[in-house]
Design a binder for this molecule. Sequence first.
Ligand code: SAH
Length: 632
Amino acid sequence: MIGLISATAAGASARDRLATAWPDRTRVYDGPVREAVERAFAECDQLVCFLATGATVRLLAPLLADKSTDPGVVCVDEAGRYAVSLLGGHGGGANSLATEVGSTLSATPVITTATDATGIPGLDTLGLPFEGAVATVTRAMLDGAPVTLRADTVWPLPPLPPNVTAGVAGEVPTPPARPGGDDPTGPAADAAAEPSSRPADATAAPRRPLDGPTARAPQGVPTPSTPGAVGTGAAVLVSDRVVPLGPADVVLRPPSLVVGVGASRGAGVDEVYGLVMDVLRDAGLSALSVGELATVDAKADEPGIVGAAAELGVPVRTYPAGVLASVDVPNPSDAPLAAVGTPSVAEAAALAAAGRGGELLVPKRKSSPHGRPAMATCAVVRRAPRGRLAVVGLGPGARDLVTPRAVAELRRASVLVGLDQYVDQIRDLLRPGTRVIESGLGREEERARTAVAEARAGHAVALIGSGDAGVYAMASPALAEAADDIEVVGVPGVTAALAAAAILGAPLGHDHVSISLSDLHTPWEVIERRVRAAAEADIVVTFYNPRSRGRDWQLPKALALLAEHRTGTTPVGVVRNASRPDGTSHLTTLARIDPTTVDMMTVVTVGNTATREIAGRMVTPRGYRWQSEGAR
Ligand code: SAH
């Protein structure tokens, strides 16, 4: 029994919502709060206190006896925004309870137990629609109980916690063949509407290897699963098919299907949407896995298509007739050729949108309205597995200069590739189960190749770099290796020049350039030509890779080139380890700079002829007349 205790009106209202939702599991304890807590503590195996954590801790303290027997306690704050697992996270079931209370009251569960808090992904954070026994599977995931993963669709999943392991078969079970085809009230319709229902419809969709934590996937020849294997424990399935779900199964729906649609002018939403749903149902495919509708440009605004996409909650992608005409399709015809200039719309658009390797699951089918000519066509294509490569800049070093988007991508990745020292910088942000591939300095090309190869294998990969990963870093070697068979996402980071500029003042207020003085990969003549050009053009320059033990003459030479066009009093900012705990910076001049204060952890920013030191800060005027006059 779960005891419910509240003190305020807002608390009582949230308490009553929970009591109404769970009439058989809960008991309301009224009266003075201290006594209510004492009674509930003695009588219940779990408590939900609609009280501040501080108040709850004080009330509970004298009652605590033993971890193995004390009830699990969850606190819900006054605004009902958080459900905090306060006591008995695992043993008392408070972590699961916080999750359940959270989903019932639309509050965020707050779980601080070490293994849980480090980011075991809630099913709702995996970025895919899902159906099935969500509470049961979430509870099993949070409690560390064994959860089986079965995937028949390769999709770049985030890492799953170590208690989620590949099933023996590693596949989603195929239900028995369905006898009839077109009955919308038949078992297929049941399964689509009620996910935890009995085995339903399926096509003989080709099986694909397992994705996700393949590192833990058992090796060997997969044996076909049977529906009998379902329901023996909590399971996460990944499939775009309508599949039989057991009482402890959740199915994640990857957006792996593209539906091509054609429609005559004036076709109704009902006809187009109805056709799409009929076709999906008959093929045993889930509408939740439709990622987009595709059609010809001329139909971009066709209300029936736009309306059907809205019903499905997916975008419409369109192609010029010429592009569709060049797609090889099994069922070309004259009607669309005459109307919009391509012999195929539905099949061609779906194949075009799915890209290379798309598989035509359902060839063109026409709608079948009663008593009038069909006005819509539809075809379904499954995308080839497409891995994901996120190229993520970690910023200059400080944790709060790592962008939230970078953090999200790190947690989204099941494989992390990077230089060991950068991996150390963010290791604590990674989710349990992330496979880390780290290597030492100078292995750039190998890292780039590894990252691309992992993405091509269908994984969600993050390739990390310091600052911005595109600035003298990994993005270019990686993208030079990558073809269009993977998705690439770039996450910008705060590059060293910007981190240093913020420390120095406002040195980049006008045109500026970055130049790397490393002549390992670039001939010195090229570097020198660029420095001369910047000097002549009076552009502020930030030198990256300015000086190392083996490269000590390049910086003085570059500064001398700038000095040919700038006075000796031109401000120069030297920033070492910007944003890191041992960071230093100083402001000097072209005439005075001491190169021995500069190393590979440093950037050097040289002002233009208008840059001034003002109150100890380096300021480059924006160049507006009134500003530059004021600064002179
Ligand atoms: N991708 C990185 C740059 C890599 S090149 C970025 O966008 O910042 C490596 C050079 O960057 C170093 O030699 C140094 O010149 C500079 N650098 C990187 N981080 C720095 C920091 N925190 N402080 C000062 N310079 C830094």
